[in-house]
Design a protein around this ligand. Structure first.
Ligand code: F6R
Length: 607
């Protein structure tokens, strides 16, 4: 949720750090700060608010060639100047930036209080800074190592010290850190977005590892000082993918990318002539997957909605019991994981704390774990037994869009792959895959009519309560449409399985209330038409998402948004898109910060 950048090399660090912070601002944006270090000391500047507020305080040229920086999403302590990172120890010689949560910070603070340490912030991070300061006897790496042995919780940290001005010490446990390897320079970051402008060669630190970085090299060890040899890897994303490319908002860019992101996601993976799916990441696990007795899909937020579509797909194509669990609930229950249970974790970032913890729970109970993840090198990608990447490119807008369709597409391919080894006939599989292969073009045709969704937003933007109704495969889409609207436009919206409306929420419907009904042709069509009648009878205003060529719907709906016809299990890939567009335009019309909605951050790395 927060972002870390560090630089050590021969160039002035400040502009590199500020550029990195701007690229990471989507991860957290309530305060930011920078620490620059040279032989004369550590100079810290920090400010509550966006990066621009910090930038306004940093107008003087600074020549230091080592520094660390941070963009924060507050957990412990309000978003104030003093709670912003970097934090320093009592001597002011050591500065630290930190992502994660120090769980035993209260006990550590009491211990430090007794030693007479004076605190200047309310944060758990300052406790760590003071602890490192107390352990310091001239060797920063050793001091960090000693301090971390007393810490419980999660961290990605970068630490500098005035006595060793060309050194950054980094360590991670449960919070990502990547080191970009340039020519005589290293850029440390919590996210590849801050590195790509400089290099695509990176070293991924694993949990429990530390790095000591100078411009001459990078030494990696475990927390117990055992040397670790790391490979230099290539980041598959390019700089232009993380830039706005003429758009005003990443969210709209990413919505419009879906034809190509889905093409990339499917490329080389479906064989229409054979009716087969090829997913390299699952090849070695096929036996276990075909013999699986039960699947549990777990995720959070939008990824959970995609997982719910996956549940329907798996049941239909694989014919085994499937459950979709909120990762945050799964980890705190006493889940039953029998032999033959496969747990699939779905996550765009691969870093969501609750999803990671659910994965850990599943692993400890002996389940085979698969990841459906977008970010290569992320914690979930590394810690699952096997998996499939989305390959939809970086998603920067806080509201997930192209990742949702990528997740559904991958789950559809996994369902078809396993189903084909079980009950799914070659001809049914071929028909399914032919329909899937058409989806990228079909999304293009929806985007061509994007103005219709904009008109819906214009017409209803002043209404403070919306309902979204769907059945079957489109029930998760109703949930997703409502989530998109509320998270970026702050309009209250509720998604429901359409029939549930009668069991209470129908009382909400008043004259003109917008009710988005996903009413595409398929097995649920007649039933949802009945629900539409019920809405109309109570004065609700029906916005229907309907199949091209369905004229009957025009009689009942106030507005009709069209999607091309496809197989019912694949409809979510199309029906989600008009709902993404409505949410986007409503947020713009209401003057909201679409890419950085209030209180939110991309990648929720705290519980
Ligand atoms: C909503 C949204 C969130 C994420 C959720 C899980 O638009 O983006 O609900 O889907 O925080 O994130 P990942 O997929 O990174 O695990």
């Amino acid at each position: 949720m927060c972002g870390i950048v560090g630089y050590v090399g021969s160039k002035p660090a400040l502009s590199i750090l500020m550029d990195g912070l701007r690229r990471l601002e989507y991860r957290g944006y309530d305060s930011a700060g920078v620490a620059l270090v040279d032989g004369s000391g550590v100079s810290v500047t920090k400010a509550a608010g966006r990066i621009s507020v910090l930038a306004a305080q940093l107008t003087e040229p600074m020549s230091q060639t080592t520094g660390i920086a941070h963009t924060r999403w507050a957990t412990h302590g309000a978003p104030t100047d003093s709670n912003a990172h970097p934090h320093t120890d009592a001597s002011g010689k050591i500065a630290i930036v930190h992502n994660g949560i120090i769980e035993n910070y209260r006990a550590l603070r009491t211990f430090l209080d007794k030693k007479g340490v004076k605190f200047t912030s309310d944060t758990d991070t300052e406790v760590l800074a003071q602890l490192i300061g107390l352990s310091y006897d001239g060797d920063l790496e050793e001091a960090v190592r000693r301090a971390l042995h007393d810490v419980a919780g999660t961290y990605g940290i970068a630490v500098v010290c005035a006595d060793q001005p060309g050194l950054i010490v980094a360590a991670r446990k449960g919070s990502p850190l990547i080191v970009g390897v340039g020519k005589d320079e290293y850029i440390l970051a919590s996210d590849a977005a801050a590195i790509l402008a400089h290099t695509s060669h990176v070293v991924y630190l694993a949990d429990g590892e530390m790095a000591s970085i100078t411009r001459d090299g990078l030494q990696t060890t475990t927390l117990d000082a055992i040397p670790v040899t790391k490979d230099i890897e290539q980041v598959e994303w390019s700089l232009d993918q993380i830039e706005l490319a003429g758009y005003d908002h990443f969210m709209l860019k990413e919505i419009n990318e879906q034809p190509t992101s889905l093409e990339t996601c499917l490329r080389g993976r479906i064989d229409l002539s054979e009716g087969q799916v090829h997913l390299g990441g699952l090849v070695d696990r096929m036996r276990d997957l075909v013999h699986a007795k039960r699947f549990i899909l777990t995720a959070c937020g939008t990824a959970w909605h995609a997982a719910l579509v996956g549940e329907y797909l798996f049941e239909e194509l694989i014919r085994v019991p499937v459950e979709t669990e909120y990762a945050s609930e799964f980890r705190y229950r006493n889940p039953i994981i029998d032999e033959g249970t496969v747990v699939i974790v779905v996550s765009q970032s691969g870093e969501t704390a609750d999803t990671l913890a659910a994965l850990e729970e599943a692993r400890q109970r002996g389940a085979l774990t698969l990841g459906v993840v977008n970010v290569v090198g992320s914690s979930i990608a590394r810690e699952t037994d096997a998996g499939v990447f989305l390959h939809v490119g970086p998603e920067i807008g806080v509201a997930s869009t192209k990742a949702f369709t990528g997740q559904v597409a991958v789950l559809a391919m996994i369902a078809c792959l396993i189903g084909r080894r079980k009950h799914l006939s070659a001809s049914n599989a071929a028909q399914f895959l032919e329909a899937l292969a058409k989806v990228p073009d079909q999304t293009r045709s929806i985007l061509d009519q994007a103005d219709e969704a904009k008109k819906v937003a214009e017409r209803y933007v002043d209404r403070e309560n919306w309902l979204y109704l769907g059945r079957g495969y489109n029930y998760p889409v109703a949930l997703e449409g409502a989530l998109k609207l509320k998270e970026i436009s702050y309009i209250h919206a509720e998604g429901l399985p359409a029939a549930e409306m009668k069991h209470g929420p129908i009382a909400l419907i008043t004259e003109g209330m917008p009710v988005v009904c996903i009413a595409t042709k398929g097995t649920q069509y007649d039933r949802i038409m009945n629900n539409i009648e019920e809405v109309r009878t109570r004065g609700g205003s029906v916005i229907a998402v309907a199949t091209e060529g369905d004229h009957a719907i025009e009689e009942l709906a106030d507005v009709v948004l069209r999607v091309p016809d496809t197989l019912e299990p694949l409809q979510p890939l199309l029906t989600a898109i008009p709902l993404q567009l409505i949410a986007f335009h409503a947020a713009v019309l209401r003057g909201c910060n679409v890419d950085k909605p209030r209180n939110l951050a991309k990648s929720v790395t705290v519980e």
